[in-house]
Design a protein around this ligand. Structure first.
Ligand code: TA6
Length: 301
């Protein structure tokens, strides 16, 4: 709401490391350390931008993206929780869960010469959500900016019954031209092909994208490298607490159906998502916690 930024700046005075500003539709945290910057929206605790010094914007954000409670923002790093993709039993429930379309609360801000950090909690578990998801949990996101961007999503089961969780940090990477992209690190991992009714595939070669791709790689290693040939850089994603990696590009027809990818947006992005999906669901016992985390860094190459 209007004035949130002023109140947050007064409450969490972290100098230039973290400054809150208003954007149309919502409040964002601007993180800065040395010549690295990042932007985190309070809506969905969603990272919208990560610019490591001298390497350009690493995340893709639709030119049509607008903040506004109730609607997911296309791009950055959406938080998909407590389910990934369509709801497993009820198609009427929102795809990728419900926390990405709601505001989170800032709980901590910190900054020193090397890193800037913000922590947010999702506390909006009200009666309406009970109907969507009949469990109790505490949810926290920590975003840490340095030369590397780190994002950690921690779920704690605060109820009295276990629950199963699928989730993702649904990272949209920005690339110069999809035709010059190669994704390495998933060779040999089996994948569920979402475009072939869940048929399982496998490849011994790096991924190149020349059409719609929507694959859930399972039992994946913890490091993927995206070669962004057009920009002469490599974007490396490492992860913890995640057994699935999703690779997605909507290509032309799906981009038209989605309606918010912008002009030839599909050529400028590829999603490499840090996830637990399909058979990699996490069962969380009462009192237990689970952290899903990623680290993104870019270098010339
Ligand atoms: O992660 C890939 C995917 O599940 C695709 O199937 C596509 O639906 C994409 O997520 C985007 O989903 P959204 O609900 O954000 O439009």
């Amino acid at each position: 709401m209007a004035g949130d930024a002023d109140k947050l700046n007064a409450r969490f005075a972290a100098g230039d490391a973290v400054r809150f500003t208003e954007r149309p539709g919502g409040c964002v945290a601007n993180l800065r350390v040395a010549d690295h910057t990042a932007v985190v929206a309070l809506q969905g605790a969603q990272v919208l931008s990560f610019v490591p010094g001298g390497l350009g914007e690493v995340l893709w954000l639709s030119p049509l993206a607008r903040l506004g409670a109730g609607k997911a923002v296309r791009g950055g790093i959406p938080v998909c929780w407590p389910w990934f993709g369509p709801h497993p039993h009820e198609a009427s429930k929102p795809a990728h869960g419900f926390v990405r379309a709601r505001n989170w609360s800032v709980t901590e801000v910190a900054g020193d010469g090397d890193e800037a950090r913000i922590a947010l909690a999702f506390e909006d578990f009200d009666a309406r959500l009970e109907a969507l998801w009949p469990h109790k949990a505490a949810l926290q996101i920590e975003v840490t900016l340095g030369e590397t961007l780190r994002v950690a999503l921690t779920t704690r089961n605060t109820g009295v019954a276990p629950f199963s969780l699928t989730q993702a940090l649904h990272t949209y990477l920005r690339v110069g031209d999809i035709a010059e992209v190669r994704v390495e690190g998933l060779e040999g991992s089996p994948y569920i092909d979402q475009l072939q009714a869940g048929r399982v595939g496998k490849s011994s070669r790096p991924i190149v994208i020349d059409g719609e791709v929507d694959r859930i790689y399972q039992d994946t290693a913890d490091r993927v490298c995206v070669h962004d040939g057009a920009k002469g850089r490599v974007i490396e994603i490492t992860k913890t607490g995640s057994r699935s990696t999703v690779v997605w590009n909507p290509w032309i027809e799906k981009s038209v159906r989605l309606g918010d990818m912008g002009e030839d947006g599909y050529r400028r992005m590829v999603c490499v998502e840090t996830a637990n999906a399909g058979r990699d669901a996490v069962m969380l016992e009462p009192g237990a916690r689970h952290t899903l985390s990623l680290a993104i860094r870019a270098h010339r190459g």
